[in-house]
Write a protein that binds this ligand. Structure first.
Ligand code: HEM
Ligand code: HEM
Length: 392
């Protein structure tokens, strides 16, 4: 089944690659301690990464998954509109992060929120009457959670712009809604189809519904717990996350056993994304058990390890796999360097963060960042005019 929205998907993926360059360059300069960035620049590093790279690619993935086999062309103009509105609104919002903490920021945040909401409404409508695979369920849940996360982000922006009637607890609830609530289900979705392309055509069984439903429930508990300051709810969410992950591992085990690390396929990215999802939940359990449950602020280096394990380990592996589907092939050596540089560089980066070792961090960031820049430089031309058939 081909994708009727392939042109818009390629446009979104190209814009995501171009924007990601900013995050990566700041990351390299920061990690090698060549430049000390201010809060605004770091927040732009964060949101160009989370919105420009991750959310934009998730929207592209929704167009793919929820457009599969739909040849009616009925939503072509809406998809075209979203194809332009997404990069434009996200770029404007990123510039707001770079320049202001005033009311313009939540205003532009609202524009991005509307784009995410429209995508969610479209996916819900497309879901009706179609075979829903586990990757479809993960994507639906994720887009819903990113709507909630965006609302919290807009409220946080308004609070930081001076509206004291909004609780400052949104400062904890917004990142948690996004990093746990949004990225865990979307990560599961990317892991599964990257490991096994045919999975998007198989109807989800009961185990699949639990696999996605439980972490979503866990994410909602975390959000409520943080907003209402009920620590027990945050701790209570952990078994939901863990059971969801265990179900995923059991379900994808046969596909994992077939992965060859030397074959240039999406599957090896799916495997490393799965490994980093396990690492991410391991760090989350440790953080909640040792710090959040005792109402102690966790050390920044642990939060950074938590964040980058999912942003890079899970999502960047998953998005690169998505891009491989829609681009022309590139030289084999390029795919190998990107795969090894990204994953080995990230492993060393995480060990450097966990062990608070500046030399490890300084060594790892150019390797990981360089591998991503190579992916950007080669994928951009390979997406242009590609006729690669993105069949499932
Ligand atoms: C989707 C991509 C990414 C996201 C969402 C992301 C997110 C973040 C966040 C939330 C922070 C903390 C900012 C703060 O202190 O307020 C941060 C810091 C940092 N990021 Fe990233 N990041 C991404 C990619 C990268 C990449 C590709 C690199 C390296 C090549 C990198 C290197 C760093 C470094 C070195 C720091 C500061 C660490 C420290 O203070 O010790 N990041 N990032
Ligand atoms: C419409 C979408 C979004 C809006 C309106 C928004 C808004 C905000 C605002 C206003 C802040 C606080 C900035 C400050 O301290 O001055 C923030 C921080 C943060 N956001 Fe978002 N955001 C959005 C999307 C996302 C996404 C998709 C993610 C992750 C997947 C994310 C992760 C974070 C993180 C980790 C922080 C804390 C950064 C730090 O202090 O180092 N945001 N966001």
């Amino acid at each position: 089944m081909t994708s009727p929205h392939a042109a818009q998907i390629r446009l979104l993926l190209s814009a995501a690659l171009a924007l990601f360059t900013f995050t990566v360059v700041i990351g390299i300069l920061n990690g090698t301690d060549l430049v000390d960035f201010n809060h605004k620049a770091l927040l732009t590093h964060v949101h160009v990464g989370t919105l420009g790279w991750i959310t934009m690619s998730v929207i592209a993935a929704s167009f793919w998954l929820f457009g599969l086999g739909d040849q009616s062309g009925k939503d072509a103009s809406l998809i075209r509109l979203l194809g332009y509105a997404t990069p434009l609104s996200i770029t404007a919002y990123a510039l707001a992060f770079l320049t202001t903490a005033g009311v313009v920021r939540p205003l532009l945040g609202t524009l991005v929120g509307l784009v995410i909401l429209t995508t969610f409404l479209w996916t819900v409508r497309q879901a009706q009457g179609r075979t829903l695979s586990v990757p479809h369920l993960g994507m639906l849940a994720a887009v819903l959670m990113s709507v909630l996360g965006a609302v919290l982000g807009i409220l946080l922006g308004l609070r930081l712009a001076g509206n004291e009637s909004i609780t400052i607890r949104t400062a904890d609830a917004h990142p948690a809604a996004m990093v746990v609530g949004f990225l865990v289900p979307v990560g599961m979705s990317f892991v599964e189809w990257a490991l096994d392309g045919g999975s998007v055509l198989r109807k989800a069984g009961r185990a699949g519904w639990f696999q996605i439903g439980l972490p979503v429930l866990g994410g909602i508990l975390v959000i409520i717990g943080l907003l209402l300051d009920i620590v027990a709810l945050v701790t209570f969410s952990l078994p939901f996350e863990v059971i969801g992950l265990v179900i995923l591992i059991v379900r994808v085990r046969p596909a994992v056993m077939r992965v060859s690390l030397t074959a240039r396929s999406t599957a090896r990215h799916g495997l490393t994304a799965l490994v980093y999802l396990i690492v991410n939940l391991g760090i989350l359990i440790y953080l909640i058990g040792k710090y959040f449950s005792k109402e102690i602020d966790p050390p920044v280096h642990l939060l950074l390890a938590l964040d980058h394990s999912i942003f890079i380990g899970v999502m960047t592996n998953g998005i690169l796999a998505l891009i491989m589907r829609f681009r022309r092939p590139v030289a084999a050596i390029v795919d190998d360097i990107v795969f090894v540089g990204l994953n080995a560089g990230l492993a060393v980066f995480l060990v450097g963060l966990l062990a608070e070792s500046a030399p490890l961090k300084q060594t790892a960031t150019p390797i990981m960042g360089g591998a991503i820049l190579l992916a950007v430089a080669t994928a951009l031309p390979a997406l242009r005019g590609s006729t690669n058939d993105p069949s499932a």
